[in-house]
Design a protein around this ligand. Sequence first.
Ligand code: NAD
Length: 321
Amino acid sequence: MIIVPEAEIAGLVDEQAAFEAVEAVFAAMARGDATNFPVVREAIGHADALYGFKSGFDRAGLVLGLKSGGYWPGNAGRGLTNHQSTVVLFDADTGQCKALVGGNLLTALRTAAASAVSIRHLARPDAKVLGMVGAGHQSAFQMRAAVRQRAFEKVVGWNYHPEMLPRLAETAKALGLPFEAVSLEELGAQADVVVTITSSFAPSLMAAHVRPGTHLACMGTDTVGKQEVDAALVARATVFTDEVAQSITLGEAQHAVKAGLKAETDIATIGQVIEGTHPGRTSADEITLFDGTGVGLQDLAVADRALRLAVERGVAQSVDF
Ligand code: NAD
């Protein structure tokens, strides 16, 4: 069995590698070659922790496994990351455990890769201004992955907690892009692409804020009750997602579906667009919205990439198991 420690991931998987892995597995899902299994997520009644499993199988790439982990709110006080995850990969022919891969950085990379894939396939080709709603841990990964997809000239940002905005300013600076902190009205008026990445339970970005032609990647809502954008905005947009079943139950579309403003059958997958079985954006003034809910197959895809690169570069640790 091979171990790829968390500390090695940064040197192995970059934005491009994560993008390729996630784009390929979204396409495999649309072809019916890859399946996510039911998610287990439980409050364990200890340390206030939420613990769970996301698993699946990609028959095209022969990637079988699970990501296990969750959220330990007290970890920050111990100098540890609150979100903890580990990926276990199995040999698809024998069921033997193949690898243990650190999953913390990979989770941020695969989440950012998903919105980047949506920008690649759904944003207007002439998009120039990137809008960021959210300035937490994931936001820097999101911005770094997004700017690779279009010739962005500027980043505008808004956050519920303005004291966190320097993270966006610093990330944009490192990318060589000017950054402006703006109101939500100004963000909607300027941005061609908007990434939302917050843990909000009430909408921030409203339908009236967003102009025609915008692409939105809504990445923060991954739980029942969370909400980042107005249900009326979801209703107005052409909606795409990673997994329709998750989008309508725990993704951003849950609220519009519950309100009867959108039906399950109105939502396409980004994999269909990648595969060419859905046209994606069909006009320059269409609002497109990607509801990125996060699926286990994304985790397995990037972990498999990390494993292959670790073996190739001689940094994998092999143990008898
Ligand atoms: P974080 O705790 O580091 O940051 C939270 C962000 O949400 C900050 O910008 C904060 O200001 C904002 N926020 C908090 N309360 C708010 C409110 N009431 N209204 C508006 N904004 C508010 O979190 P993070 O690690 O950056 O994760 C952000 C979100 O992304 C979380 O909801 C997380 O569960 C989700 N997430 C989704 C995926 C996926 O695959 N879709 C993967 C990882 C994380």
